[in-house]
Design a protein around this ligand. Structure first.
Ligand code: MN
Ligand code: MN
Length: 213
């Protein structure tokens, strides 16, 4: 109904990273059910917001099809340019550095929340003739594991989880660490039960902690 994803979730490991350049082939997702509005590559034009990737292009550089898949408009939300290009991007870079520099693998969930963001044309609730909701914030949850196998069973109360809620605004600060919250905060914002495959006792501990590394 809002012409954005509710959430996008992906796994990130060294196998996803290579030398494939940005394909930049923004395009509608024709796999949506018939009758659903298909956001076009030009639908964000003039609205003052970036086509903000949820799963970043740079997280899928192993193959051309993998990179191209991140340019489906179902992976985009209208994101304030400063948020997208600085704070959000800095967290994306940090997440990849965990994989490339410290031998981690990551499970990541990200999405928009609420209505009303401040981009290059000021505060807007919608773009594209009211078809596309402009979120008030964007959120992300990153589960950090040492690279290995049997991932689900290795997640425990000591597992690092990085969660953020960022205002979808050009007045955002550049330091992503200032926007850290708990998973519980993201769940309260979105109404979702995140990490729901984990035992409740594990969720209780790792979802209430705020990352401080
Ligand atoms: Mn981005
Ligand atoms: Mn949960």
């Amino acid at each position: 109904d809002w012409s954005t994803p509710n959430w996008v979730s992906w796994h990130l490991s060294l196998e996803d990273l290579g030398s494939t350049p940005r394909q930049d082939d923004f395009r509608p997702n024709d796999a949506l059910p018939s009758g659903w509005y298909q956001v076009q590559n030009f639908s964000y034009n003039g609205g003052g917001f970036d086509r903000g990737h949820m799963c970043p292009s740079a997280d899928r550089t192993a193959t051309v099809p993998a990179n191209s898949s991140t340019f489906l408009m179902t992976n985009m939300v209208p994101q304030a340019p400063v948020c997208n290009q600085t704070t959000w991007a800095n967290l994306e870079d940090y997440a990849r550095s965990l994989v490339t520099g410290t031998n981690k693998e990551l499970y990541i969930i990200a999405g928009p929340a609420g209505t009303g963001g401040t981009g290059n044309s000021g505060l807007l609730n919608t773009i594209d003739n009211t078809r596309i909701n402009v979120p008030a914030s964007v959120w992300k949850v990153i589960v950090v594991l040492d690279n290995g196998s049997d991932d689900l069973n290795r997640i425990n109360t000591s597992t690092r989880v990085i969660s953020v809620i960022m205002p979808n605004s050009n007045t955002i600060g550049s330091n992503w660490r200032n926007y850290r919250v708990s998973v519980d905060d993201v769940e309260a914002l979105t109404g979702y039960d995140l990490l729901s495959t984990l035992p409740t006792a594990t969720q209780t501990v790792i979802e209430s902690r705020v990352d401080n590394l």
